[in-house]
Ligand binder design. Sequence first.
Ligand SMILES: [Zn+2]
Length: 378
Amino acid sequence: MAEVDVEDLRLIDHHCHGVVKADLDLAGFENLIAESSDPPPRGTSRFDSPLGLAVRRWCAPVLGLEPFASPQDYVARRADLGADGVARSFLKEAGMGALLLDTGYRSEELHDLKAMGELAAVPVHEIVRLEAVAEAVAVSGVDASTYPSAFREALDDASREAVGLKTIVAYRGGFSLDPETPSETEVVRAAGPFLEAAASGRPRVADPVLLRFGIWSGVRLARERGFPIQFHSGWGDADLDLHLSNPTLLTGLIRKFDRLGVNVVFLHCYPFHRDAAYLSAVYGNVYFDVGSALHYHGPSSSRLLAEAMEVAPFSKLLFSSDAFGLAEQYHLGAMLFRRALQEVLDGWIEADHCDVATAGRIAEGIARVNALRIYPLT
Ligand SMILES: [Zn+2]
């Protein structure tokens, strides 16, 4: 039977992070294969999970070990080879065409854009996180009355070379926010307590007025520059109130963005990937991915992708690894995505729903063409 070819797809990874600079011990590695900050039950480890199993099965051979190597052997081998050598091997294996890197989280521990470009040997573009800009402005010594202009200026500066913006409003109260643009007076009033708190410790922008101000400042830029705004949605760490990150809660804002011609890209989405798929089918400006869910699903990643593809137009689903810290996640994201795509599309071909040529076009779209359509990549 004819099959769709997924091996040669040069993937555009439209949402990912740097890998850690340091060599990792077992505990350090395990911290990066779970979203939880709680320890696993006594007598078990974080390798006792779909992602841990996938690392032992699919990553061990890339480092010259037998499949299903023990966690101890795996991490020891990793340390012998050195963090950068390991990163190069996995990034090569992933077969990426370009990386769109979110630089706004734990950036001191991770390789930056330039270093990631060298390790991956592909073009790397920046995605700027709105909340990280707000928090940098908060510690720069501005007062409340100049906060709005200082933020706009800082955002312009930070995103000069960027190809998109990202918001983590999902982590800061969630999506059921007022979709209106706040007034300058409201922003100045909200900036006071934010700047005071920032002066006495770590700044954390959580005021809904300031979050909305960030997003609407992003809209202005997105229209000028022709790039999308990414929204973290669903799957994340314990800082998240999951039910408030369902993308359908953002419908009011989506409609406003749609009228302005601004694209919204929902990241991760699990377990709301069907909700995101619905939105992408109904609103012309909605795109989504199931990044990070792929590697966290391990053996179930094909079913996840099949669900994401139930109703979404073929032009609306994107590939991302959401690799964070571990180069293994680039490899697993790409490998599990290729396998899942092949399984889904070959199933369609076998059942005579689809021909090989159309399946090839669908695969190429999700892997790279859809990203090229909405990001200004040169
Ligand atoms: Zn991410």
